[in-house]
Design a protein around this ligand. Structure first.
Ligand code: SF4
Length: 407
């Protein structure tokens, strides 16, 4: 019988290595890295964060997609959503003939055109339990690139639901990963979840749990979390036992703080001696996200004059990196190197944290005097885009640097 589920690669890494490197690596970035993450070009002192760009999960997903095209040259290959949140990488996937299946409003995917002879790639942030089951039922070949760190979160949420705890997930309820994570409670009858975006939303839950004066009523909470909690969510019943988890790319400190506040609310309500039977927590920020956030904080001990953060506007971890930098220095979050216009000298960027915040175009954004420029990129940004962004800035500055020929 033909094997139809793959999640450990096809052993074709060597075959695709050359093409992946040619498309996503940057010799300039590697040179700066080798020189201690800094190099001066003309009057621009460039500093790279010590951790940036493609994480292990994205590396694996991209490799796996290329291997899939290599392995199944004659089949129709689909991708559920985006393999990662990077427009350049997704464009390359399209050029390779991979067809994207985007969700309709409400996040529902239409798989009606997928047949048993097709190949479907699942993205690094995974798909919901329901979508996975629908695709298995079709009988198509599934290439599952779900990151191991995401699977760890799923395991925790699964255990919470199994043990009668409601999973409180710090994440964005519309993000694919949070939706997929939340869906894991469906493995157990009566499994429940609620997704909180930030501390303010977590405090609505905490105040209710601790029965604090002025807390929202049961009905108000049901209404508030209508789209962000499992069907039939009942705060009276479902907030008695809570297990905290998070989308892997959230701000680590905020996730930790939310866990601590939920625990404090449980202690207030049930007493310290009963805390363990009402509260569980497991830090599920992935190490790649953590390392990129730590590297930015390290750089901000001596902030550069300006900072460019490169990555998709809908990339959670990129948005958080940019948000952190903004607290310290002038920061430009660009979706792609092409946002830096060499002809006009302008930069198009997203100046706020929200994924859907409007872009802004700035013209005189480079200091007239010599300046330091910090660079980092989200976990879904390939190095060639970092190198290209730098070359564009230097070109505007009148500093001519050729990208080194090879790695
Ligand atoms: S950001 Fe973390 S969880 Fe997401 S793909 Fe990368 S390593 Fe995996």
């Amino acid at each position: 019988m033909e094997e139809t589920y793959f999640r450990r690669g096809f052993g074709l890494k060597a075959e695709v290595k050359g093409i992946v490197e040619a498309e996503y690596a940057s010799a300039l970035v590697e040179r700066i890295r080798a020189r201690g993450y800094q190099e001066t070009f003309g009057d621009v002192a460039v500093r790279l964060a010590q951790e940036f760009g493609f994480c292990y999960g994205v590396d694996r997903a991209v490799d796996y997609a290329y291997e899939t095209v290599h392995k199944f040259p004659d089949r129709t290959i689909y991708l559920v959503g985006e393999i990662i949140h990077n427009p350049h990488v997704n464009k390359r996937m399209t050029e390779m003939g991979i067809r994207f299946i985007y969700p309709a409003s409400g996040g529902v995917f239409d798989f009606s055109h997928v047949t048993a002879s097709d190949v479907v790639i699942l993205p690094a942030f995974g798909v919901t339990l329901q979508d996975f089951q629908r695709l298995r039922a079709i009988g198509c070949i599934l290439v599952d690139t779900t990151c191991g760190s995401v699977l760890t979160v799923w395991k925790r949420v699964d255990e919470y639901a199994r043990d009668g705890f409601t999973a409180l997930i710090h994440g964005k309820y519309q993000h694919e990963e949070s939706r997929a994570t939340a869906s894991q409670v469906g493995k157990h009858p009566g499994g429940k979840y609620v997704i909180v975006r930030d501390m303010d939303e977590a405090m609505l839950v905490c105040d209710f749990v601790a029965d604090r004066p002025g807390h929202r009523s049961r009905d108000e909470l049901i209404e508030h979390f209508r789209e962000k909690a499992s069907p039939g969510f009942d705060p009276d019943r479902d907030l008695q036992r809570i297990g905290v988890a998070n989308q892997t790319t959230m701000l680590a400190n905020e996730s930790l703080a939310i866990g601590a506040r939920v625990r404090a609310a449980m202690v207030e309500r049930w007493g310290e001696e009963h805390a363990a039977s009402h509260f569980r927590s497991f830090g599920t920020i992935c190490s790649a996200t953590q390392e990129r956030q730590d590297a930015v904080l390290e750089m901000m001990k001596e902030p550069p004059d300006l900072m460019i953060v490169i990555g998709g506007y809908n990339s959670s971890n990129t948005n958080h990196l940019a948000h952190m930098c903004r607290q310290y220095t002038a920061t430009y979050h660009v979706e792609d190197a092409a946002c830096i216009d060499v002809d006009t000298g302008a930069i198009r960027h997203k100046p706020e944290l929200a994924a859907n915040a409007p872009e802004r175009v700035d013209h005189d954004w480079l200091p007239a005097r010599p300046f330091s420029l910090g660079l980092t990129a989200g976990a879904s940004t390939p190095n060639n885009k970092i190198g290209e962004a730098l070359l564009r800035v230097l070109k505007i500055r009148g500093v001519n640097v050729e990208e080194p020929a090879a790695l």
